[in-house]
Design a protein around this ligand. Sequence first.
Ligand code: 3HC
Length: 711
Amino acid sequence: MAPGAALTWELADDGVAVVTFDLKNEPVNKISAAVKQDLLATFEALEHDTAVRAVAFFSGKPENFIAGADIEEFVRLTTAAEAERLSAEGQELLGRVARSPKPLAVGIHGACLGGGLEFALACGYRVASDHPRTQLGLPEVQLGILPGAGGCQRLPRLIGARAALDIILAGKVESARKAFRLGIVDELVHPAILRDVTMAAAQRMAGGWRPRRKRPGGFRGWLLDGNPLGRRLVFRAARKQVLGQTHGNYPAPLAALEAVEHGLRHGMTAGLKREAQLFGQLAVTDVSRKLVQIFFATTALKKDFGIPNPPPPTVVSRLGVVGAGFMGSGIAGTAIAQAAVDVRIKDADLPRVAKGLAAAREILDDRLKRRRITPYEHARLIALLSGSDHYTGFGRAELVIEAVFEDLQVKQQVLHEVETVTAPDAVFASNTSTILIHRIAEAASRPEQVIGMHFFSPVARMPLLEVIPSGRTAPQVVSTAVGFGRRMGKTAIVVKDSPGFWINRILTPYMNEAGHLLVEGVAIEEIDRLMVEFGFPVGPITLMDEVGMDVGEKVVGVMHEAFGERFAPVPAFAGMVKSGRLGRKVGKGFYQYAGGKKRSVDSAVYELIGAHPNGGPRPAEIIQRLVLVMLNEAARGVGEGIVRSPRDGDVGAIFGFGFPAFRGGPLRHADDLGAARIVSELERLAERYGARFAPCDVLREQAQRNAKFHP
Ligand code: 3HC
């Protein structure tokens, strides 16, 4: 083989050529133009070699099969025509693989994503290892594009339109086990025998054997989507669902739907053509560029410990959690589910501990129910969870996270107790949202071991973690907190020990502004509707109900005290707390809740806060006020170094409270609007509604210098 080539092959005794794909000096295998050439040359050589009767294909990477097309390559494309060509070339290559006279079996271990899965789908037989790292999926729409190398055609033909749309439209990545259940892979085996089983399949195919696959879903599958009528219904339902979820802000899922539908209606060739056209159009959209930037930002954060020259993190194998409430149990359950560490929960009395253990266990039960873990794994993980009303077992914990009542004295008392029972090098992390870490650490005998780890609720689902060192926290403690957060599956950003940290700092003015708008006569549903259309998963009023009015009141109080008048709470909100309308957790807030579901707005709320819905300002003004007040605070926060970079600020806002990803985060959105325009709008709003809108110095300076957060 050519030196430096990514693909190598050798002939085994029985006429099976073993091809290995190993992209040198790269952590993952990806399909670039050079790799395509290499693949083409390799398959040509295999076709012409009469000694080769079948092919077994593997990755040379220990933990990765193929991560898809090279994303860096397609973001460099500037025109839709170029992108369409790229897609068509990929399709041609995979068409050749599919038509190859030498049948191919692939042995998949590690991530098999995007173009990687499209390649596997073009092969005759797929064997996957049952290792947790073996994940298969088509995440393209998460990058604002669609599977453009035949994925929109081959997957529905293999597993049925409904199951394929479920994966393609959400950009889902599935475990090997689920992929096997769906019929994406033909065999699921232990990694130790992956090679042998794949080789055996290739040998069988060399002898003329071909796998016989049943119609996906059997007769029921045929009724659902194996016939034109059923399919039409499936597409209609899928389109409705996509529109309901994306509000027209993300073009990729609808385009993918079209590519699948077109192919099933007009045949493979027409489907591929449409797929390439749509890929071309999507690849050069601003939305795709933004989503790709987020991919690279989160990838960079996976390796970033948030401090210069980070020491290696302490490996945590035992975690102590103090406080068995909603947050504490969420942290405990998630730590076990994700990191399989031993977790000991402590609370003041046994009934509380029991409740916390049950709640933590629910997280594991949920994984079992969703078949993310086997009953065996479930039993093994459950055994890692224990609790007590004493600190027994804390002596060997490398990390203790407290999630007790938000009160400085209570937290300091817990810190003191934990320090007396843990090893000198154990890390103490506070999951506080309102108290400064250096204040908690004032009571510490080992302040260098104290740090903040601010999780978001519900812990099992929210992907962000704010890690907050105080001025005295040791560097290794930062690495340990970030490292463990990552093992818990979180994207961690290291933020400054300042009131509200990053997320509450920029969220509070936004929620407050929603309050001002309510009082001015805008209807609750209208405020929420406009922000959902802007791209948030829920509107600010719903968010207040989710967070809890009591928690919100506390946060605003802290911010008001620290930053003054621009954070002044909306007086009308106090009535909500006093009357016990705390939000979803008590079944009533701005909305009513029944059976865990949000129902209609509780119109009694208007009277309670002294508001009369009468339309209020124009929709465009409402959106502008809510968005600009947040961008202004975000800009100010960047100026104060609350986040280390605009990148962290954007990722934090997207993962922390669902700032619309297609806008790239608040700071990228500010760049798009332009500082000069924002400043002039803020000045107008300040004149009209008060000084809380006064543009911050960072934006003023940017406006003067025509500068941006992301140059
Ligand atoms: N293209 C370019 N670079 C890629 C890449 C890709 N498809 N996938 C991963 N990388 C790079 C990362 O940027 C990172 O680079 P760095 O070391 O320079 O920072 C490096 O590979 C390692 O990646 P991770 O740190 O993310 O490694 P993990 O082991 O944590 O995760 C992964 C591996 C699960 C493969 C993850 O990287 C991932 O999800 N990659 C993206 C997968 C994807 O979206 N594929 C679809 C691509 S588009 C496509 O295929 C279009 C086709 O339909 C035509």
